[in-house]
Design a binder for this molecule. Structure first.
Ligand SMILES: NC(=O)c1ccc[n+]([C@@H]2O[C@H](COP(=O)([O-])OP(=O)(O)OC[C@H]3O[C@@H](n4cnc5c(N)ncnc54)[C@H](OP(=O)(O)O)[C@@H]3O)[C@@H](O)[C@H]2O)c1
Length: 262
């Protein structure tokens, strides 16, 4: 079949328009992690700061609810959007949560340094409040760093830190029952090791005979790897570092865990 000059020009014009339209659509539609916002709670803390670093590395936009803006800016750099607030009062929490896609909390009370910052108000009340706002704002996934031993009422940490593990479990329960998609990470003892060396050992059942330690950087890596991952949803697990070096296969690691009983 032969086309005249006009036909060929028309065909070229149609092809060009189709190409231009597809280019415009791709450019206008933000892709993957780059378009998504993670709200980090406890970002000025030792684990939270690692969460911020790893979220930025993964291409997420990061915002943080912080109590001390100058200290947070110095610690977290200029890429992070800061919102000044306190989980005990709820001050500016709705503003922090509104429009975010995900929440990662590495929040922790510090009752010894500040007797008014109790586990009841922070590890329970703060998480309960955040979970409520997360539901209202349709947060896609809320990842909570809790603690190994949370189910053991007679754990010595409860006597030392105003029932911290008891309140952490209540915070976990508030998240689990909130309706927001969640993952709860219960690390063993946290260390300042640089991380990325040893595969994590993920366990369920809060069995204290299998205690161990893990780098804060590795806990942060697990939290960021879990984001929006179907295999991680509605799961609570303990984690320590193994002795095995290697690159985690996240789908297999998260996929091997059981979904929480209702
Ligand atoms: N230490 C361990 O071996 C261990 C083991 C297992 C689990 N964990 C848990 O892992 C998590 C992270 O631990 P970490 O040692 O990395 O924490 P961290 O360094 O003590 O940091 C705690 C963070 O929570 C923030 N925060 C405290 N009270 C707040 C409030 N009222 N409103 C808003 N933010 C508040 C702090 O902000 P400021 O900077 O303003 O104080 C800080 O950013 C904690 O939940 C901890 O209990 C710890």
């Amino acid at each position: 079949m032969k086309f005249g000059l006009q036909g060929r020009v028309l065909a070229l014009a149609i092809l060009f328009c189709a190409w231009f339209a597809s280019t415009v659509v791709v450019a206008a539609e933000p892709s993957g992690a780059q378009a998504r916002t993670v709200l980090v709670i406890g970002a000025t803390g030792r684990t939270g700061r690692e969460v911020v670093v790893k979220s930025l590395e993964a291409g997420y936009q990061v915002r943080a609810l912080v109590r001390d803006e100058p200290r947070a800016r110095a610690s977290l750099g200029s890429e992070v959007t800061l919102i000044v607030g306190d989980v005990r009062t709820g001050e500016r929490i709705s503003e922090a949560v509104e429009g975010a896609d995900f929440i990662i909390s590495a929040l922790g009370s510090n009752v010894r340094a500040d007797p008014s910052n109790t586990p009841e108000l922070v590890d329970f009340g703060g998480i309960q409040r955040l979970a409520k706002h997360a539901v209202e704002s349709k947060i896609r996934h809320f990842i909570l760093v809790s603690s190994m031993g949370a189910t053991h009422r007679d754990h010595p940490l409860n006597r030392m830190y105003s029932n911290i593990l008891i309140w952490k479990l209540k915070g976990e329960d508030a998240l689990r029952t909130s309706g927001v998609p969640y993952t709860i990470i219960r690390p063993g003892g946290l260390t300042e090791a640089r991380g990325g060396e040893f595969l994590p050992t993920m366990m369920q059942g809060d069995d204290l005979s299998r205690q161990g330690r893990i780098a804060r950087a590795d806990v942060a890596a697990i939290a960021v790897a879990a984001l929006d991952r179907p295999e991680a949803m509605k799961k609570t697990f303990e984690v320590i570092a193994s002795n095995t070096p290697g690159e985690p296969d996240w789908a297999t690691l998260f996929g091997s865990l059981n979904v929480d009983a209702k």
